[in-house]
Design a protein around this ligand. Structure first.
Ligand SMILES: Cc1cc2nc3c(=O)[nH]c(=O)nc-3n(C[C@H](O)[C@H](O)[C@H](O)COP(=O)(O)OP(=O)(O)OC[C@H]3O[C@@H](n4cnc5c(N)ncnc54)[C@H](O)[C@@H]3O)c2cc1C
Length: 299
């Protein structure tokens, strides 16, 4: 039980800070601040901060690398948890079983598996993010998705209770899972032995494909919209004549129409306005309602 003060995180100042700009923690580099930024160094610190949020009704947000995220200009009036300390980035190989913390960078992990001669994560080539964000979004594409190699996922609810979800009860669908707990803490992943050169060659092939088809070296947040069943959101946007359309500093990518690129001076409001225009124009032309893939905070 903590002492009752005005500060809901009193005593936790070593890892909770107030009014922290979030833009630098996102791929887009835009958006406002978090009322509280929580960067726990251990499970115990995470549990304590989560319980404080529950007791005081502070909304909980969990941030990975912010690669699929648009933070609104006014910021987030809640607690943003960032699992970036060493404990959350641990990687352990036991035979073909890989144990990883949720904050592990997927690209660094992929390169490590290549070096270790373990195959299975090649489909993640060119997809920025953490393991936690990757599992939450079941990230992937035409070469496969992360869900297919996941063995177990450790999750935590907002009261601090920890559960291990196994392959038998996990469902991974197109850009979603059936995990409802707010926190993904880590996972075990099943890999297969292969020669590092062969794994590297597959990884490079996938990465080249992505580099040729997506605006990888721009500020963006990946695909804005999910592909409607049997259709390509990018093709629908392209056929609506929207490639290159600009609102303020936000532009529909000329390389891949399902990406919105943020140029200098771009605000989150510019991106939101452009999203609204795209949805309206695609509906007018194709009678298809596009659904967001990007997570928008605080909506
Ligand atoms: C250039 C570029 C290319 C991309 N290409 C692809 C692609 O080909 N395929 C694809 O699927 N995606 C792609 N993306 C989107 C993005 O890379 C993935 O969605 C990735 O999984 C996001 O991970 P993240 O850690 O950045 O999550 P964030 O963007 O930080 O968060 C995304 C969601 O996951 C939740 N989350 C994050 N960490 C945790 C956690 N530990 N516990 C619980 N919830 C958590 C957040 O709350 C949020 O709801 C691309 C993005 C970019 C910028």
């Amino acid at each position: 039980m903590h002492l009752v003060t005005d500060n809901p995180f009193s005593g936790l100042e070593a890892f909770v800070t107030e009014n922290v700009p979030l833009a630098r923690f996102t791929w887009y580099k835009i958006g406002g601040p978090a009322r509280y930024l929580v960067q726990p160094r251990s499970i115990e610190e995470l549990q304590e901060a989560a319980r404080r949020c529950t007791e005081t009704n502070i909304p909980i947000y969990v941030l990975g690398l912010g690669a699929n995220l648009l933070v609104c200009d006014q910021g987030v009036d809640g607690a943003v948890f960032r699992l970036n300390e060493e404990f959350w980035r641990r990687i352990k190989f036991t035979g073909n079983l890989l144990e990883v913390g949720a904050g592990t960078d997927m690209q660094k992990l992929l390169l490590r598996t290549v070096r270790e001669g373990k195959s299975g994560l090649e489909c993640l080539a060119g997809i920025p993010g953490t393991i936690g964000g990757g599992i939450r979004m079941n990230c992937g594409g035409k070469f496969g998705d992360i869900g297919s190699v996941i063995s177990t996922v450790t999750v935590m609810d907002s009261q601090g209770n920890i559960f291990v979800r196994t392959k038998d009860d996990l469902v991974f669908d197109y850009r979603r899972t059936n995990i409802v707990a707010p926190f993904i803490l880590g996972a075990t992943i099943e890999l297969e032995d292969d020669h590092p050169d062969a794994i590297m060659s597959r990884t490079r092939e996938i990465w080249m494909y992505k580099r040729n088809t997506q605006p990888l070296n721009t500020k963006n947040c990946g695909c804005i919209f999910k592909n409607p069943r049997g259709l390509s959101a990018g093709a629908l946007i392209d056929q609506s004549g929207l490639k290159g359309l600009r609102v303020g500093g936000a532009e529909v990518s000329t390389k891949h129409a399902n990406f919105i690129v943020a140029h200098k001076g771009c605000s989150s409001q510019d991106v939101l306005k452009l999203i609204k225009i795209i949805k309206e124009r695609v509906y007018d032309k194709h009678q298809v309602v596009l659904e967001s893939e990007v997570r928008i905070w605080p909506l």
